[in-house]
Write a protein that binds this ligand. Structure first.
Ligand code: HEM
Length: 160
């Protein structure tokens, strides 16, 4: 095993595999829903953490939203950047801060396919927070039709 790069030590609490069977989804324009999701955060010795977020339908278990990317830290600060690509055709850079076992980020740059399904997403904001062997993610979203509103709330258990 390669040692964790010093620059990303403030994010070591994210590392590993996390799983939830009872994510809660909400948005003013849709019906509330439940979902499952597995997250993995790992490193290869570089000053970045690589991640995958794979969600599935609560009942049918069919794969749904999928996202992969990297997290970096600005050297010597608690400033973080999350760089992500989603199966729906969104690519974005979020920036924010890590404080203890909490990381908050929001979209700085968002790119989208020309043939994506409306409504276009304008901005995301997330909080990851660890409490013992529980990791929580809150995600809010602004679209071309709806101001910033909560979309996801989920608590994962550590599985690895
Ligand atoms: C709906 C974006 C994550 C499940 C939506 C909508 C958007 C969106 C733009 C349509 C809202 C509207 O019509 O006003 C995103 C983004 C995500 C994300 C940007 C992540 C960053 C997830 C995840 C799940 C999920 C993890 C879990 C399965 C759904 C469902 C709907 C929905 C079930 C309703 C679909 C429908 O009724 O047609 N999402 N989503 N989303 N999202 Fe997400």
């Amino acid at each position: 095993e390669v040692p964790l790069h010093d620059l990303i030590k403030p994010l070591s609490w994210l590392l590993g595999k996390w799983r939830s069977e009872d994510g809660f989804g909400h948005y003013p324009t849709i019906k509330d829903f439940k979902y499952g999701e597995e997250l993995e955060f790992f490193h290869v010795g570089q000053p970045n953490i690589q991640f995958s977020f794979y969600a599935w339908h609560a009942e049918t278990k069919k794969p749904m939203h999928r996202e992969i990317g990297f997290i970096r830290i600005k050297p010597g600060t608690n400033q973080v950047a999350l760089i992500g690509a989603q199966n729906t055709g969104l690519a974005e850079v979020e920036e924010g801060h890590v404080e203890g076992q909490e990381m908050k980020t929001e979209t700085q740059t968002m790119a989208r396919l020309s043939f994506g399904t409306p409504p276009a997403v304008r901005k995301l904001s997330r909080v990851f927070k660890r409490n013992g062997d529980i990791l929580e993610q809150l995600l809010s979203m602004e679209t071309e039709n709806t101001p910033m509103t909560s979309h996801l709330k989920i608590s994962y258990q550590k599985v690895k």
